[in-house]
Design a protein around this ligand. Sequence first.
Ligand SMILES: NC(=O)c1ccc[n+]([C@@H]2O[C@H](COP(=O)([O-])OP(=O)(O)OC[C@H]3O[C@@H](n4cnc5c(N)ncnc54)[C@H](O)[C@@H]3O)[C@@H](O)[C@H]2O)c1
Length: 307
Amino acid sequence: MRYLITGGAGFIGSHLSERLIDRGDHVVVLDNLSTGSMENIRHLKSSARMEYHLDGIENRQLVAELVDDADVVVHLAAAVGVKLIVESPVRTIETNVNGTQMILEAACRKRKLVLTASTSEVYGKSTNIPFHEDADLVLGPTTKGRWSYAASKALDEFLALSYWKEKKLPVIVVRLFNTVGPRQTGRYGMVLPNFVKSALSNSPISIFGNGQQSRCFCDVRDTVEALLRLPERNRFMKGLYAWVGYRSIAVTFETADRSTGKSSFRLTDLAELALTGLTAFSSLPLRLVSVAGWVSSRSASSVGVVW
Ligand SMILES: NC(=O)c1ccc[n+]([C@@H]2O[C@H](COP(=O)([O-])OP(=O)(O)OC[C@H]3O[C@@H](n4cnc5c(N)ncnc54)[C@H](O)[C@@H]3O)[C@@H](O)[C@H]2O)c1
């Protein structure tokens, strides 16, 4: 199979590319390296099954050509990371909404299956636990830049599902929760790389809020497994799949303390960064398990954290 992976030089995309090439598939990466890096895919460049284009998903003609040649499109390119989103809301909205629209439009012309990555952020401030795919989304005000990411991804979901309903374009929308592992960078505000960086430099670790919030983490190797299983097992049942990682992991003082040894902790006012609405996750959505046969296999302590 030939996979077009937008954002393939990013954290998740590079792991997905690696796995596909290893098992004999062909991979075409389209990435503008805005948050990704050539380093992430350098080890794949020598493979005859690897092709890459350093360009944006806004390049309509290139996207059309690459979609033509692909069997499956995995759309991961997006403006991501809390820091980037808060500092560049225009870029976030334009990349996520216009970019996804371009991909869907091109795929629709050739009826190519599109798997597009959404985010658990769309649940926003919802306290309706456990989350499920058709639960209400509770977003914050438009005056807070942080919510532009969730809103843009929610709009992506609407678009993708509308292409399926109205034009019968096969689409799969996946809501990723925090994915972690090697090659994830902390430059754009990702939590674990920042914890590790602070710990290694023996600096205070920033925890937003009261430190009692829960987040759910999934090892990138498990994430990739689920991304691969969905198109394969589910060619004729399109729709929306949410999943969480191994289990609820409370980002508490104790958890952080165990993993960091000497570091101390600093509390930062949530309101200051508009990071309200951190929520708890409590169970694996059964739908993903039943449709893709996927259960994450790695425990919290075995997550491959290497920076
Ligand atoms: N990592 C997570 O925890 C997580 C959680 C929820 C959702 N997601 C989603 O998964 C996807 C991949 O995220 P990631 O963690 O690998 O982030 P990443 O930043 O490592 O990957 C995104 C890639 O897209 C590329 N890109 C950005 N804009 C582009 C454009 N206009 N044209 C071409 N390429 C462009 C970047 O250079 C980067 O390589 C994103 O859609 C993100 O919203 C990730």
